[in-house]
Ligand binder design. Structure first.
Ligand SMILES: N[C@@H](CCC(=O)N[C@@H](CS)C(=O)NCC(=O)O)C(=O)O
Length: 202
């Protein structure tokens, strides 16, 4: 399997985290999504929407959309239990992530990192909705260790990608101790260095 991704992208992190966790082999093809790497005819032939991540199989089939890819690669593994109710609760979080979390949190991260804007330049609507999303997670995690009660799943992977970077978008994680503890748990489960540790490592 080939994975076309941009290492700076949380959406691409989701795919990398799941494949590494499951020990599934893949070749990573770096695509610069800021400098037009997703707009070339070759790339658009793989994903007409012009976005990473995309996975490609040896027979040429391609699949885009990070959460669809998560579902596909996790099928039949412990990251996606077969129980229908559990699976539906995982989807509940993953659809919520795409509609109510990613656009706001990743949008602010992108403004302050890729575009070099300051915290005060962020869209007030994105800030408000991003804070709401983080608060919803904080409240949920007051009574649970993982997003879905059965344990660590692709719902956690879908949400950890941008939540662990939320401070880069100007969001205050110190206000959310349960969320911080969940980020630590996910990073431990995935064998990741925390964002702070990674920044401190030469
Ligand atoms: N909903 C998509 C979003 C993918 C996305 O926004 N990808 C960005 C990088 S994070 C991208 O490729 N942007 C390039 C572009 O839109 O031109 C997913 O979950 O995969």
């Amino acid at each position: 399997m080939k994975v076309y991704g941009d290492r700076r992208s949380g959406n691409c992190d989701k795919v990398r985290f799941a494949l590494d966790y499951l020990g599934q082999p893949y070749a990573w093809i770096e695509v610069d999504s800021v400098q037009g790497g997703t707009r070339t005819p070759e790339f658009l032939a793989k994903n007409p929407l012009g976005q990473v991540p995309v996975i490609e199989f040896s027979d040429g089939r391609c699949l885009a959309q990070s959460n669809a890819i998560l579902r596909h690669v996790a099928n039949g593994t412990q990251l996606l239990p077969t129980d229908q109710w559990v699976s539906a609760k995982i989807d509940e979080w993953m659809f919520w992530e795409a509609n109510n979390h990613e656009f706001f949190i990743a949008g602010c991260i992108s403004c302050m990192t890729y575009m070099g804007m300051s915290k005060s330049d962020r869209s007030p609507m994105r800030v408000e909705r991003g804070n709401q999303a983080l608060d919803i997670m904080e409240r949920h995690l007051e009574r649970a260790d993982w997003l879905v009660e059965t344990g660590f799943t692709i719902a956690d992977i879908a949400l950890i990608a941008y939540t662990r970077q939320a401070h880069l978008g100007g969001f205050d994680m110190n206000l959310r101790p349960r969320l911080r503890a969940w980020v630590d748990r996910c990073e431990h489960e995935l064998g990741l260095k925390s964002e702070e540790e990674a920044a401190a490592t030469p």
